[in-house]
Design a protein around this ligand. Sequence first.
Ligand SMILES: [Zn+2]
Length: 234
Amino acid sequence: MTPDLTKSERETLKAVYRHTRDGGEAHTGHLAETLGLSPGTVTATVKRLADRGLVDHRPYHGVTFTDTGRREAISAIRRHRIVERFLADMLGYAWNEADALAPAFEHDLPDEVLERMFVALHRPETCPHGFPIPVAGQVELPLLGQLYDLEPGDQAVVAVPGSTDPEVMSFLARLGIVPDVHVEVREKHPFDGPLVVRVGEHDRMLGEKVARQVHVHNVVRAHDSGTSGAAVAS
Ligand SMILES: [Zn+2]
């Protein structure tokens, strides 16, 4: 564990994680946009993280993690997701409110308090968005597949990223497509046509653009080896 990460350092590590999980480098301009900070502020934080051995930042190149940095980023994500769960389950906040409120105090919680929270919440497996809570010390997070990549007969559990356009989010909510809900694909129209999914008692039709914004895990494929998390690559 790296001691005493500040709020801005942890938030920056999380943003680096988001921007590098497809294998690329994070550019400080993009990090600044994600964090809502000026590029100068972000560059200064990145430099502190580099001095502590958590990231590498080569001039004119992007930011990448060291092994320690990646571990710290995942533990920051774990911290965020547990606090989100606490806000949603114990205090009754809506799942999309919990995400926005969590950073107000997640950074000040001692590790021990966080772990007690986790136990008091009955060791939840996902955050209120439906994303997996990593186990302590985990070094890689699974990359979730997209609903649109499923085929007819496939089943999965839904996750909706907090960054989703609020209008898209409420459209999905009206269809019953919310985090942790179980769905089954009924039809997929060819040539990037719409997807029909079974949600509870209803068949719901989604355009490609929207169905790509819905993430899925615990995928059960209709036509292959069965119960593997087929859309989950790490
Ligand atoms: Zn979440």
